[in-house]
Design a protein around this ligand. Structure first.
Ligand code: AMP
Ligand code: ZN
Length: 485
């Protein structure tokens, strides 16, 4: 497989330290608020990458941190820790906030069919490991104490900027939202490894260290967590493009200085999801979440498809219209698959030659820098291919191990629902989960009669009555689909 490597600025064959094994690390979420769908674009694309690596035979060990501590707003002696800010906003403790939003993050991931990493490590759980790394860096003269904090000394590095092919706009957003400069530093790019000074008066979490009571800086967690669970050699490091500088640049500086050898071969950065008026942000107040998509009636997997339709190294613009298009594409795709006639087990392949040809096409796209839109095209080619339905279904099921769109499952549901449809005078009632209910059917028909008689108040009343029973209706042209909430 070929991948673009942000560290070498080239597309090249993906290689690992140990053949057949991938040590993969992903920067996890900062759990002071819900993840927005921009954050989740990064996790969707990383999930496809992980699934594809497994699909082509790699044994993957994927590790993710949860940022539940750290100085997150400012390098200076002012500003506010994001976790503390979140806790204040919700009148909860920092750890309660962290737990709540960690759970919310994984619930969003589940809805988007993003696999949970093999190891998930909250940053607060490995403080001793960070202290060990920082101590070593201080002892070897790679770090210094100033103004009460421990700083990494970037002047000792041969090369600091690794990902310097980003455009100015990327560099401008490279610093986490609202980060300010610190006057204690010897060099502009030096960064904090450990805070000992009470930077924020109400900093909630502090630990004993050789430099006094304090807390870690905001880059060290990823080096410490990765070294613990991935070992000294990392094969693949992922994150959103805004993480490239300074976060990943600083991770490399401190990790390689500590280890004394090159650390990570391959850097995979997902470009941003933006709105028409610019960058998506958690701190702007109103932002787009998976729950909001659901409230508006979208299947989260339609958003996953929306992401897969474009390349991860391109900025993607979100609009409701674009999402509507993806949702419609997804609906039609499921319908086409539902129209195929299965013949035995899904893994049954009557026409092996056709299956292999389709698979080759599918892999060709993904092998070239994870071109997911070509992989989606291969899916459509499969539907059109001149072979039997069962071979098509087997191929689609196989590709969906990577795409993660639950195509077979959803199509089977649709097929069952069609079997359960009852048609009265051209009006079709479909029960989505297949378990019909005579009372619900009767109410739906009453509503239909009320609408025909233009008695919309009565129709709305019946809809509310059904909603109170936990029944959700989706009107279609010639009928209605319903499901239990
Ligand atoms: P955070 O929770 O802020 O630490 O971010 C979690 C992940 O989302 C990181 O990998 C970020 O680089 C990534 N990210 C942040 N904003 C966006 C965006 N608008 N589009 C895609 N990825 C993003
Ligand atoms: Zn990180």
């Amino acid at each position: 497989m070929e991948l673009y490597n942000s560290a070498t600025h080239r597309v090249a064959e993906f290689e690992t330290h140990t053949p057949g094994r991938v040590e993969m690390y992903t920067c996890g979420p900062t759990v002071y608020h819900f993840a927005h769908i921009g954050n989740l674009r990064s996790y969707i694309m990383e999930d496809v990458l992980e699934k594809y690596l497994r699909y082509i035979g790699y044994d993957v060990n994927r590790v993710m941190n949860i940022t539940d501590v750290g100085h997150l707003t400012s390098d200076a002696d002012e500003g506010e820790d994001k976790m503390v800010k979140g806790a204040k906003r919700e009148h909860k403790s920092v750890m309660e906030i962290a737990q709540f939003y960690t759970d919310a993050f994984f619930s969003d991931c589940e809805k988007l069919n993003i696999k949970r990493p093999d190891v998930v490590q909250p940053a607060t759980g490995l403080i001793d490991d960070y202290i060990k790394i920082v101590s070593e860096l201080v002892d070897t003269g790679r770090a210094y104490l100033a103004g009460g904090n421990v700083y990494f000394d970037t002047s000792k590095l041969g090369k600091y900027y690794v990902f310097n092919d980003h455009d100015t706009e990327d560099l401008a957003v490279g610093v986490r939202e609202g980060v300010e400069e610190d006057t204690n530093k010897n060099n502009k790019n030096d960064f904090v490894l450990w805070f000992t000074k009470s930077k924020f008066e109400d900093q909630a979490l502090k630990w004993e260290s050789p430099w006094g009571l304090g807390y870690p800086g905001w880059h060290i967690e990823c080096s410490g967590i990765s070294m613990k669970y991935n070992g000294e050699y990392l094969d693949l490091h992922c994150g959103g493009i805004d993480n490239a500088f300074p976060h990943h640049t600083n991770e490399i500086a401190q990790s390689e200085s500590f280890l004394g050898h090159p650390w990570c071969k391959q850097w995979f950065h997902v470009h941003h999801l933006n709105t028409a008026d610019g960058k998506m942000s958690k701190s702007k107040g109103e932002f787009l979440t998976v729950s909001l998509l659901e409230e508006k009636g979208y299947d989260p997997l339609a958003y996953r498809l929306f992401c897969l339709q474009s390349h991860y190294r391109r900025n993607l613009v979100f609009s409701w219209e674009n999402l509507d298009n993806a949702a419609e594409t997804y609906r039609k795709l499921i319908q086409k698959i539902a129209n195929l006639q299965p013949n035995g087990e899904i893994s049954n392949v009557p026409d092996q030659a056709a299956f292999d040809a389709l698979k080759e096409k599918f892999c060709k796209g993904l092998d070239h820098d994870l071109n997911t839109s070509l992989a989606i095209t291969a899916l459509y080619d499969t539907l059109k291919y001149a072979t039997d339905d069962q071979t098509k279904l087997a191929a689609i099921a196989d590709f969906d191990r990577v795409l993660g769109l639950k195509l077979i499952e959803k199509a089977a549901k649709k097929r069952d629902a069609a079997k359960n449809a009852s048609t009265t005078g051209g009006y079709t009632i479909v029960c989505e989960d297949g378990e019909e209910d005579a009372e619900v059917t009767a109410l739906i028909l009453q509503r239909y009669e009320a609408k025909k008689a233009k008695n919309f108040a009565e129709a709305d009343r019946i809809r509310d009555e059904l909603a109170a029973k936990g029944v959700e209706l989706k009107d279609a042209k010639d009928g209605v689909t319903w499901k239990r909430a």
